[in-house]
Design a protein around this ligand. Structure first.
Ligand code: 0O2
Length: 205
């Protein structure tokens, strides 16, 4: 049985998380407009598909504790950038950067941080472009500025990241060295696929 203060925190958390849900919905609309309009004008849709999620309360409290912070609404807002997460899957690498530029160039989108794991892949081979953006959410009596993590990647990057996540991601450093080498090698193959597809795409256009 949960104690009353914990139940109260979860109640407040549900209210608090509502605005993150709204922020995700706004971003999804922005992405849908970019996708459809770009396709109309350029006859090429730079977005293959989009997924999103708001982190569950259990995952939020677990991550905060792992990072060594007390759990409160203030610490959550301050220390977690990925409560609201949107993942954008693009056909080609050029689309990843194009969508990132179009999105972060909008005047109500504030770009707080950009991490380019495509230019500099992680040691295990992970590639993606991560943006932390802040957007205004208009509520009945106030405006809240809400952070959203946007991960942009190609289909090949997503294929690799999804399978790697299933296989190893949560093992942290415990992945045996030969597995890690094989994994990094598969990431290079995915990167080569992206390069070759990009070359075909560029030639056709
Ligand atoms: P999940 O289960 O996807 O939610 P942070 O850990 O967010 O405080 P960090 O490490 O600077 O800070 O964030 P980073 O590097 O931008 O990565 C955050 C998210 O990117 C992860 O969220 C994953 O979704 C994804 N990611 C990063 N590295 C890898 C990787 O090596 N493999 C895969 N498959 N995904 C990765 P979570 O919350 O860790 O996990």
């Amino acid at each position: 049985r949960l104690e009353e203060p914990v139940i109260e925190l979860y109640r407040q958390l549900s209210r608090f998380l509502l605005v993150y849900k709204f922020a995700v919905e706004e971003l999804l609309t922005k992405l849908r407009i970019l996708s459809e309009e770009f396709d109309f004008v350029h006859r090429h849709d730079p977005i293959e598909h989009v997924t999103s999620r708001v982190k569950r309360p259990e995952a939020i409290t677990a991550k905060l504790r792992r990072k060594g912070f007390d759990v409160s609404l203030d610490t959550i807002a301050e220390h977690l950038d990925d409560i609201a997460g949107v993942r954008v899957i693009c056909p080609f690498v050029s689309d990843v950067y194009r969508v990132a530029e179009m999105l972060s160039g909008q005047h109500d989108v504030e770009l707080l941080l950009s991490k380019d794991y495509i230019a500099e892949p992680k040691a295990n081979g992970y590639r993606s472009l991560h943006l932390i953006v802040r957007i205004p959410v208009f509520l009945s009596s106030r405006v809240e500025h809400v952070k959203v993590e946007v991960q942009l990647r190609t289909i090949a990057m997503d294929f690799w990241a999804t399978l790697e996540h299933k296989l190893f991601y949560k093992y942290d450093d415990q992945v045996p060295a030969d597995f890690a080498d094989e994994l990094a090698s598969t990431a290079r193959i995915a990167a080569q696929l992206d390069e070759r597809m990009q070359a075909l795409h560029s030639r056709l256009r």
